[in-house]
Design a protein around this ligand. Structure first.
Ligand code: KG4
Ligand code: ZN
Length: 352
């Protein structure tokens, strides 16, 4: 089984071809991505209109390259998958329409993939992990702890009540005058700084739920910056190191709470998976490696390239759905919002 996957929900345009191995797990035959970082850098964040136009510019070339590199022709595909949300509507429309057009023209099944589900299932592509498992999904737009029980079966155990973790990294970077996207810049500066110089708060620590809150920590960094008349390089490094140390402590504590909830509700998980752009952070990877070892939990940390947005995860989620017979019609509409666990979402919004 071979599926083409298309990703256009944010500021990465990506196309990939993935094959299902007969023995389980997947093989990435081609994985093409163009990051639009340069287009958005001047604005300090993703500009939806610019992103949508850039997806239009890049997408057909990327698909052609992915097919060529994989040696798979359109006729050889078993399906075409695209991320249909959640994300920026203009970009989602570009990828979704392209996938529908290709599926229609070649008479192949079309699969509408939830971008978050694709992140959640990546560890099965890379590590062949079995259900059920505990997932920490941490990116610029999402911070969730999820029980992954099966394809399409997700229980949200925790989420952020304010900023996403990646967003907090980006905002702290901006306050310190570091370039966008800030996460990698903060990590680089932190590696040279003193994590104990500033005693920043660790919000939500030891709360029994697995929720996050990052805005108080961000404000504490802003107040500390305000106490300095001028920031020297040393100060920037120490601020980054102290901020990152606080985030690491919060993440480990929240994952511990999530693991407890998972065990109470669903029994022992087969492992812990970390996904999303923030999972590229070395300090966070190291802390979760130590935590998993202590908890006796196997840890799946997909390589950073597969933690950030990519086409291979969309193709893989397409395979997971296609082999269960879960395909979609041409009337599938783009979804700017598309929670993995709608029941939890309703409770969160006070509607249930
Ligand atoms: O998953 P992703 O590529 O895109 C979405 O947000 O969907 O995640 C990007 C986010 C950004 O906020 C970026 O600053 C953060 O992940 N990030 C990092 C690191 N690399 C990327 N945060 C902390 N440390 C990093 N090394
Ligand atoms: Zn993502």
């Amino acid at each position: 089984m071979r599926v083409l996957g298309i990703e256009t929900t944010c500021d990465e345009t990506a196309a990939a071809v993935v094959r299902l191995r007969p023995e389980g797990g997947g093989e990435i035959l081609a994985d093409e991505v163009v990051s639009q970082t340069a287009e958005h850098a001047a604005f300090g964040g993703v500009v939806p209109e610019i992103a949508a136009r850039a997806h239009i510019d890049y997408l057909d070339g990327l698909i052609a390259r992915a097919l060529e590199k994989s040696g798979v022709s359109l006729a050889d595909l078993d399906g075409v998958a695209a991320a249909a949300g959640p994300g920026l509507i203009g970009g989602v429309m570009v990828g979704l329409t392209m996938a529908k057009g290709l599926a229609l023209a070649t008479n192949k099944p079309f699969i509408a993939v939830n971008h978050l589900e694709a992140h959640a299932l990546t560890a099965r592509l890379t590590d062949g992990l079995d259900f059920p498992y505990l997932l920490l999904l941490a990116s610029g737009g999402h911070t969730q702890i999820i029980g992954v029980l099966g394809v399409g079966e997700y229980r949200r155990l925790g989420t952020t009540v304010d900023d996403a973790i990646g967003e907090a990294f980006d905002k702290v970077a901006k306050m310190l005058g570091l370039p966008y996207p800030g996460g990698p810049q903060v990590e680089l500066a932190a590696a040279l700084g003193n994590p104990r110089r500033f005693d920043f708060p660790r919000p939500m620590l030891r709360r029994p739920n697995a929720d996050f809150s990052l805005s108080g920590l961000k404000t504490a960094v802003r107040l500390e910056i305000g106490r300095h008349s001028a920031l020297r390089d040393r100060d920037i490094r120490d601020l980054c190191a102290s901020f990152q140390a606080a985030v690491v402590d919060v993440i480990v504590d929240r994952v511990r709470a999530g693991l407890k909830l998972f065990r109470e509700k669903s029994g022992p998980p087969r492992g812990l998976v970390v996904a999303g752009g923030v999972a590229a952070n070395r300090a966070i990877r190291d802390a979760l490696t130590r935590f998993s070892a202590e908890a006796g939990l196997s840890l799946a940390l997909p390589p950073p390239r597969l933690c950030t947005d990519n086409g291979a995860m969309i193709a893989w989620a397409g395979i997971e759905r296609l082999r269960l017979g879960l395909t979609n019609g041409m009337d599938f509409a783009p979804r700017p919002r598309w929670p993995l666990d709608p029941a939890a979402e309703r409770v969160h919004n006070g509607k249930a």
